[in-house]
Design a protein around this ligand. Structure first.
Ligand SMILES: Cc1cc2nc3c(=O)[nH]c(=O)nc-3n(C[C@H](O)[C@H](O)[C@H](O)COP(=O)(O)O)c2cc1C
Length: 202
């Protein structure tokens, strides 16, 4: 099958992309508006950028009516966000926070999650998450215009919290204890339980 993206609607091509760019890590992003409203939502067009400076990127796309998502509005206001890591045990709650809730609705309360203060930014962390990156905005890069256009959020990591329970004896993250999940296409997710090793060429 050969596909020219311009022969399909953005929605159709989106499904091609999310079924092939897999598994995707999930940034569970907490933000706060200048008026004090908390927000929490998952984003799986997400990745690390570099460790120098320590940085991440994720991609909130505009809603079908062309409006920006709450996460973007909050980051535009104050440039701060926290990325909470999603383990299997909290995947259902993560999914719940992706609902189309109003700007003033608090997804922490809706999903029964606990806030814990961050050290260097105002948005709180998700206590139930095993690791959290406190971030400040470097740049928003716009890709496209209108519905589904992206607001690529590039952020610098100011601080990292890791729960002791997911560390091994050497202080490194034990992937079995972390039990992170990835997103596939549609409603499918993957665990990180079936692992294998490949050594890099010397
Ligand atoms: C696992 C998962 C990953 C998602 N990834 C994205 C994404 O990368 N970009 C995006 O715009 N929306 C994504 N969504 C949808 C948003 O979470 C959803 O639109 C949410 O309501 C946005 O919330 P906000 O307006 O509070 O920021 C994802 C949803 C789920 C469940």
């Amino acid at each position: 099958m050969e596909i020219n993206p311009s022969d399909e609607s953005p929605r159709e091509f989106y499904f091609r992309m999310v079924s092939l760019i897999t598994p995707r890590p999930i940034a569970w992003v907490s933000t706060i508006s200048n008026s004090g409203h908390l927000n929490l939502a998952p984003y799986s067009f997400f990745n690390g950028v570099t460790a120098a400076p320590p940085s991440v990127v994720f991609s909130p796309v505009n809603r079908p009516d062309g409006s920006k998502k709450d996460t973007v509005l909050n980051i535009e206001q104050n440039g701060q966000f926290v990325i909470n890591v999603v383990s299997h045990a909290i995947a259902e709650k993560m999914n719940l926070t992706s609902g189309d809730f109003g700007f003033e609705e608090n997804e922490f309360e809706i999903a029964g999650l606990t806030t814990v203060d961050s050290l260097k930014v105002k948005p709180p962390r998700v206590k139930e998450s095993a690791a959290q990156f406190e971030c400040e905005l470097i740049q928003i890069v716009k890709v496209g215009d209108g519905p589904l256009a992206a607001n690529l959020i590039i952020g610098k990591i100011l601080h990292l919290h890791i729960a002791d329970e997911v560390l091994d004896q050497r202080g490194r993250v034990d992937s079995q204890r972390l039990d992170n999940v990835g997103r596939l296409g549609g409603a499918e997710y993957s665990t990180t339980r079936d692992r294998f090793e490949i050594s890099r060429p010397s």
